[in-house]
Design a protein around this ligand. Sequence first.
Ligand SMILES: Cc1cc2nc3c(=O)[nH]c(=O)nc-3n(C[C@H](O)[C@H](O)[C@H](O)COP(=O)(O)OP(=O)(O)OC[C@H]3O[C@@H](n4cnc5c(N)ncnc54)[C@H](O)[C@@H]3O)c2cc1C
Length: 465
Amino acid sequence: MTHDVVVIGSGPGGYVCAIRAAQLGMKVAVVEKMKTLGGTCLNIGCIPSKALLYASEMFDEARHGLGPLGVVVSPPELDLPAMMKHKDATVAANVNGVAYLFKKNKIDWVSGEGRIAAPGRVAVKGADGKDATLETKAIVIATGSDVARLPGVEINEKTVISSTGALSLPAPPKRLIVVGAGVIGLELGSVWRRLGSEVVVVEFLDHVLTGMDGEVSKFMQRTLEKQGFAFHLGHKLAKVEATGAGVKAMIEPGAGGEAKALDADVVLVSVGRRPFTEGLGLEALGVKTERGQVIVDAHFATNVPGIYAIGDVIRGPMLAHKAEEEGVAVAELLAGQAGHVNYGVIPSVVYTSPEVASVGKSEEELKAEGVAYAIGRFPFTANGRARAMRHTDGFVKILADAATDRVLGGHIVGFGAGEMIHEIVALMEFGGSAEDLARTCHAHPTMSEAVKEAAMAVAKRAIHI
Ligand SMILES: Cc1cc2nc3c(=O)[nH]c(=O)nc-3n(C[C@H](O)[C@H](O)[C@H](O)COP(=O)(O)OP(=O)(O)OC[C@H]3O[C@@H](n4cnc5c(N)ncnc54)[C@H](O)[C@@H]3O)c2cc1C
């Protein structure tokens, strides 16, 4: 049978592309080599990490946050197997949900490893030993990414683990070294710190959460230090040796200098992710790649006609919702519509406590681009709802064009920041100004009033500070 589209990979890029293409009347197949649908995000990424982040936050809250509210509980105990069961059930509900959506949209799920034999032909090495060849008008590569490794550091998923191992540790390590102070390292470090581990972070750069607004990065480092994180910034992991009970990690200053030894039970290597294209046969086809990324044009087309690529395997932030937007856009383009992704307005969220959420430009980016900007800030310490919930850590920062008042960036550190950011996202999508936001009525008392106040602060007319 000939398909209109064969998608290789069923992560948020691939499965969303498949559903949108089916909605537009195309005959679609998805090839997936994992046992379940949903890719990294649903199986070993966004979803299980958020299940553990929420559960561990509740544990922490029960231990330290309830007393001051007048809720007296006996010290809570950790039932890690039950917490893992919650995580596994969350993953199962999500991956089964995708399988249901495939059935609903009459999408063929072909289980096995896909290789592009030629434009219009995908060879599948079946998971059940049966091989198949799919004929198709278009092929969409959505094979995602894999854990980036450090030379000479072997991941055994027991004492030296990747993010995947960090989602299934059998017990909280007494001491956990996290290599890399990016989103994944700080999120998974937070999980285990809340569950009782001592967490030491080693980061090559001199700041955490690289790419985020500098003020946000500094605030988060201080906040995490207060929570018990220790940071060795400007250091790199040189090697890891097994010791009787755990590991000895040798770290050395990035600028050169004396090495230090850190003992730990477990080392989490979270130094990023790399695009995954192994086994696709791209070289033989002449599909152009650069540093592992598949090169695409503005319409997600590779240099070989009929072959497209989306998600973590191409340029841009490695985020599930970015992959989803691209999945929708490429399906619409294949249907002759005008699919488009606005890369300037893709939010990113760090699910630490407090959360960090940001969209658009950071102050450093605006400075580098020579754009004149105005800043509006508002701290949650001055917000009534935040005080009522004892969630006063953090602030909202709005960056607007000094001449036009158009909002160019929004940064929120605070409880629920990942939800609040979306009003700034929607505003920016419509090209709104700080004044538009400032004149939008916000319900009282809500954390979101701080967003309005920060927008008012752009014109130096915040009311509550
Ligand atoms: C611990 C962790 C937490 C994360 N948290 C977040 C978060 O909170 N928010 C967020 O936005 N992003 C998060 N991410 C990143 C997010 O998971 C990725 O950006 C997203 O999954 C990318 O989607 P994708 O569709 O491009 O690829 P993937 O989700 O990686 O899916 C690719 C799929 O392709 C399959 N595949 C590969 N090669 C073949 C082949 N030859 N044949 C058949 N199948 C193949 C793979 O098995 C996989 O299922 C997190 C990642 C990790 C690791």
